[in-house]
Design a protein around this ligand. Structure first.
Ligand code: FAD
Ligand code: NAP
Length: 313
């Protein structure tokens, strides 16, 4: 029986593993379907993790994390978890894709979320070379420059407002002329002088050269096209939350979720189910930053230690 099962080995899962083992839990396993490190390992540069002063890739940042955890006894199992369920006696069952399962007294789910791609030509080719899905991560690289934002939901409009404080001009490109966002956010966008709305505009192609993005071409409703010269294109067209492990056989989720599939947690990373915690990008209102995911993981592990201790007395 595991004291704690950690699902996912990104910044949240690894930090949860560090704190859980160093805090005295025995038999802690981190289940990760690929290499540990999480999605930041795809980033060519991380500037905003505290203490990073020189050039550092996401991979450079994450390489020491698993070794640090293993020193305190974290076990890493390379397995895909397909479902976490809970028996009536409160014990969790971690079901894996090879058909085997483990029992655990507590579970921390840290499976992350993946931004959707819009599907225009050049989006994948220039991803990380001018195309981004994270304004907090990459906005600063465009300080004083013009950028384009794609999308018409809350995320696109809020990120456009964030970028407008850093960039000289933000072209907000949306395929319709009405937005899904909250009315006050729409109002703030309309009242921001350096945001230009480009509506009824479908992104067709991101243009670039060997240095990266140089612009974007959009198709307009009247059949014409418009070229916008920008070195950065930010895509905010929704997220796929990796929440499948919480989906039960009857189609319900193990714990309370937001309407868009994120896990509802309180400030202690507790879900609605005792002994089940969620941390990192998959939880509601996550800032989707490495430092925040790591912080969540630490909080969740401290709570898991307290929970396991309470259960044994
Ligand atoms: P993730 O990092 O997504 O890790 C989740 C892990 O769970 C993955 O390793 C995955 O393989 C595993 N997993 C998923 N499902 C299962 C399953 N069923 N079974 C087993 N394992 C599973 N943040 C910053 O702070 N600064 C930046 O500059 C920055 N730049 C970024 C650039 C790029 C290109 C990207 C993609 C992200 C960037 N981010 C940045 C965001 C940052 O990477 C995330 O906020 C952070 O990685 C979230 O950590 P996490 O542990 O919650 O999830
Ligand atoms: P979203 O609401 O699904 O909006 C996605 C936007 O991208 C839509 O405007 C959509 O256009 C557009 N889009 C989708 N696919 C596209 C494509 N292929 N090409 C071009 N445009 C495309 O996603 P979100 O903004 O990430 O928000 C997700 C959920 O989180 C929402 O429920 C939102 O309210 C919530 N959220 C809330 C807050 C907050 O309350 N502060 C902040 C962020 C997110 P259409 O409109 O034409 O479909």
């Amino acid at each position: 029986m595991l004291d704690c099962a950690i699902i996912g080995g990104g910044p949240a899962g690894l930090t949860a593993g560090l704190y859980a083992t160093r805090g005295g839990l025995e038999n802690v396993v981190m289940f990760e379907k690929g290499m540990p490190g999480g999605q930041i390992t795809m980033s060519s540069e991380i500037e905003n993790y505290p203490g990073v002063t020189g050039h550092m890739t996401g991979m450079d940042l994450m390489i020491p994390w698993p070794e640090q955890c293993q020193r305190f006894g974290l076990k890493h199992e390379m397995s895909e978890v397909i479902r976490v369920s809970r028996r009536e006696d409160g014990i969790f069952i971690v079901n894996k894709s090879d058909g085997s399962s483990d029992e655990a007294k507590s579970v921390i789910v840290c499976t992350g979320s993946t931004p959707k791609r819009a599907g225009f030509v050049g989006e994948d080719l220039y991803f990380g070379r001018g195309v981004s899905t994270c304004a907090t991560c990459d906005g600063f690289f465009y300080k004083g420059k013009e950028v384009a934002v794609i999308g018409g939901g809350d995320t696109a409009l809020e990120e456009a407002l964030y970028l407008a404080k850093i960039c000289s001009r933000v072209y907000l490109i949306h395929r319709r002329d009405t937005f899904r966002s909250a009315p006050n956010t729409i109002e703030r966008v309309k009242n921001t002088s350096n945001i230009e709305l480009v509506v009824n505009a479908i992104p067709e192609e991101v243009l670039g050269d060997k240095m990266g993005v140089t612009g974007i071409r959009v198709a307009l409703k009247d059949g014409s096209t418009r070229h916008i010269d920008v070195p950065g294109v930010f895509v905010f067209v929704g997220n796929n939350v990796n929440n499948q492990v919480l989906l039960q056989e009857d189609g319900t989720f193990l714990c309370d979720m937001t309407p868009w599939g994120e896990v509802n947690v309180n400030l202690s990373m507790k879900t609605s189910v005792p002994g089940l915690f969620a941390a990192g990008d998959m939880r509601a209102e996550a800032p989707k930053q490495v430092v925040c995911a790591a912080g969540d993981g630490a909080v969740a592990a401290l709570q898991a230690i307290a929970y396991v201790d309470e259960q044994s007395h």
